[in-house]
Structure formats: C-alpha cells, structure tokens
Design a protein around this ligand. Sequence first.
Ligand code: TPP
Length: 341
Amino acid sequence: MTHTAPAAQPDHDGMRAMFRAMTLIRRFEERASDEYMAGRIGGFLHLAIGEEAAIVGTVSALRPDDPLTSTYREHGQALARGSDPRAIMAELLGRATGLCGGRGGSMHLMDRDRSFYGGYGIVGGAVPLALGLAWATRYRGGDQVSVTMFGEGAANQGVVSECFNMAGLWDLPIVFLILNNQYGMGTPVERAAAAEDFYPRAAAYDIESWKVDGMDVLAVRGAVAEAARLARDERRPACVELLAYRYRGHSMSDPDTVRATEEKERWRARDPLVTFERVLLGEGIMDAEAIAAMQAEIDDVVADAAAFAEESPEVPADQLARGVYAQPWNDDARGSALVRP
Ligand SMILES: Cc1ncc(C[n+]2csc(CCOP(=O)(O)OP(=O)(O)O)c2C)c(N)n1
C-alpha cells in the first residue's frame, strides 16, 4: 500500500481527529493511574500527561508506515498510532490479551502492524534501533522515514551522538525528536546538561535541527512535517527539539516533591488540551456540545478497555518466556519447570 505524506497543517477533520487523540491519551492514562493505584498494574508505570501535543503533533505528521520508536513513556504513541486501547490496557495489566501477549507491560508496547517498534526501558536504547530501521529502509529502497522520540536526559547518552554521526554521515532518512520535558527523573535539565538547548548537538553533525513549542500541537505537527519532508524527499536526517512538560512525576512511584508548585502551575496554564480546545472553539471547528459528546465517547472507550483488561486472563506461567529464547528451553539442563518457550 502506498501512503501520501500528511500536509503540514491539517483540515478541520484532521484537527478534530488530533483533539480526539489527545483526549484519548489523557483519559486513558488517568485510568491507567487508577488501575495502578488499585494494584492491578505491577512494575513501573510512566505517564505522559502534559505531553499529548508533542505525541499527537508528531504522529499526525507521519505516514502510518513510517517506523516509530519511543521510550518507556509510550502509551500515547501506541494510542496515536491506532493500536487497540483494549489491547494496550490489557498489556499494562499483564494479561494474555495484551498488545504483546501481556509479557511486555507498560514499558514495552509494540505494534509492528502499525510500524510502532516500541517502547524501551533503556534510556537512549531505542535511538540506534530507529537508526537501523532507517538504514533498512534505505537498503530496501523504501521511502519511509524512521522517527525516534526520546527525552533530553537520553540525549546525554553517548549512543545518541553516535547515531547523529552515522545519520549525518550516511544521509539516513531519520528524524530525531528530543522531547525535552525539562526533567530526567527528578533532575532538572540545568543540572544534567552543559548547554540548555539540545538541537544544536545534531547540527554539529550536519543535521538540520530546530526547536519548537512542544505544548502546541499544530506547531509540533508543522515542525515534524518539515523534518519528515527533508528526510523523505531530500534524504537528509533532521532533528526537532520539543519543549514540553509532564504534569506527573517520573513514574507512579515518584511522589514528585522536587518540582516547585509554582513551576507546575505555570505549565498547567499551558495545558495542551485546554489551549487546543480554545483554538477549536474560537475558530468554530467544534462547539461545546460536540466536545462534550466526544469526551463521553472517549470515556466509554476507556471504560470498555479497562473492563476488557480486568476480565482478561493472566498470562499462563508456561508462556512467560515465549519469545525470549530462539531455541526451546531445555528444562532438564537448567532444572526449571517455568521457563518454556
Ligand atoms: C541506560 C539507563 N540509565 C538509567 C536508567 C534509569 N532511568 C530511567 S528513566 C531516566 C530518566 C530519563 O529522562 P529523559 O530521557 O529526559 O526522559 P523522561 O523520563 O523525562 O521522559 C533514568 C535515568 C535507565 N532506564 N537506563
């Protein structure tokens, strides 16, 4: 199937779809938070509440077959790519009906049918994978653009510089998206990075790069569309830094006591859902009634996803290691009755 690249600015239907996707991410993650607090989600749960404009603006500027990688904060990318909310919630709850059979959990969502290549727990780990996907595209003669989203904390990892270098050297069709939410766990960016801006680092490798307001979904879409155009049509890598803020702590286990209340309130006033809703109302693209109806529809989708997940079976113990080993596990040799591919 061939795909056309989306226009830099959407039509009214496109804007409504973007608002719906942002609202779905927000409501889905609020419900995931409840599920975690109720003890139904084990392990880590990282929420991207506040980053919806960065996620939806990015995904809406891509073709559905452009390979995308993300970090452990990736529920939004999966939802924006169109993965089934039921399967995502079930994955968070570790159920057999989950997107990855319940064996990946919150940090490792992946949906190859939608060219979403995950979801990684290793900070910076998905960047070289996206580079490999870009190389594979060029090797096969495709016109897809590989896109990788990672934090400003990840940008300090050495492997990211190596990837900038290889992308610049080989002119790979890749877009690096640095989602600068200004904190790596509880460490503010100014305590972790020598320079405030991250996009010039890519420029040092001859990669066109710039910074954009990551709380403004239309600005993000415009910037990512231009970056994807460079990569697709001119075969040049690009880098966009998205300046944003996450409203929750690093993960559900972070009490978020480090950040000043005043700072949080300042960024709350720029909530991407509230500001985009204002645009839609102001330009007559949606009225209050249509917005309420859309929110009610999304609440049903999220409630249905949670009910589906809660009612789904746990992953059978003998399936836990499926996909981990290439060869069947030899129980006798290792004395384990549990691990059986
Ligand atoms: C290689 C590696 N080092 C450290 C960690 C622990 N760790 C998990 S998230 C994180 C902060 C990353 O911050 P950033 O890249 O800005 O992304 P954000 O969490 O803000 O979205 C750290 C240090 C890890 N998972 N992997």
